[in-house]
Write a protein that binds this ligand. Sequence first.
Ligand code: NAD
Ligand code: TYD
Length: 340
Amino acid sequence: MKILVTGGAGFIGGNFVHYMVNKYPEDEIVNLDLLTYAGNLETLKPVEDKKNYRFIKGDIADRDFIMELFQKEKFDVVINFAAESHVDRSISDPGIFVQTNVLGTVVLLDACRAFQVKRFHQVSTDEVYGDLPLDRPDLFFTEETPLHTSSPYSSSKASADLFVMAYHRTYGLPVTISRCSNNYGPYQFPEKLIPLMISRALAEEQLPVYGKGDNVRDWLHVLDHCIAIDLIVRKGREGEVYNIGGHNERTNLEVVKTILKALGKSEDLIHYVTDRPGHDRRYAIDPTKMEQELGWKPIYTFDTGIPETIDWYLNHKEWWQNILSGEYKNYFEKMYGERL
Ligand code: NAD
Ligand code: TYD
């Protein structure tokens, strides 16, 4: 099989490329990525010399380029990870989220139609369901939960999902969608909560916790997400949505305190800052469909995955310190300067 992975120089796409290249030596994995601020070829170093792997730089929203690429390559499967993925950035600058997440997805769908791709898989997010109240721990997102978005990021992802489903219903395009909860693990860009807190705690810098730190996220190790996507692409039913999550809910404060404890750092580093506008309160996935239909079960719990992840960041300082020394410095100053 020839598989196009878009956004494979990012966090989840990068982990997915590693997983697929090693697991399926007979398949050809082509990684297409624009190398935005979030894309990093250092992440692909462990696989770059493998025979079944290739990298192509390009924009999923560039219609002429995508059509030419699909005509030449004749992909069997397309898995779309490419996206602008950070909620805070979407609040400052929504336009690029529409461009990449919505228009880019539609260009890929058109190319899949034109060149008879056998499966298009859209990597979506649980954020399309909006949020749940903090005082209703009995409520979870199922695949039937209505889309009800809060941020420009989640709105762009929900729009893309609607186009994916429309292409299935209208044109019979063979599609699947996965909606996963928050991921953590190796190679995550240090603007996201867990690597941000690890890198700043190590430098004894203040840790910006939004609001009261009582918002809840449902954390899944990135490897469990990758395994789930592979299963959906191979065994999932066309036209279906699959929720992915492992019932690992934690408040942000719990996450930050766990990291501080593991690193032997003081809780005095915690600094409460102005809340994110429109901040979603709680995400929580009901993964019954993945478990019953595809036999998926996560390998990691939060308690087993987080120490391993902290060790990874301790052993790969060069990977994230390179990022912190670049353009990211300006971003951090702009985003947090007046708040810290
Ligand atoms: P990321 O920001 O780390 O990586 C995104 C990648 O996409 C980068 O390599 C970037 O260079 C590339 N990209 C951006 N615009 C592009 C374009 N126009 N053309 C080609 N490539 C482009 O994101 P991530 O955290 O790895 O998320 C990957 C996908 O998973 C996204 O679609 C996101 O919505 C979804 N998701 C993320 C999480 C999470 O917790 N991080 C949870 C559920 C779903
Ligand atoms: P994030 O990693 O940005 O993921 P998402 O917003 O997609 O869930 O944030 C996870 C949670 O951590 C979210 O509730 C916002 C909070 N947060 C902070 O408290 N401080 C920070 O500096 C960041 C980046 C996030």
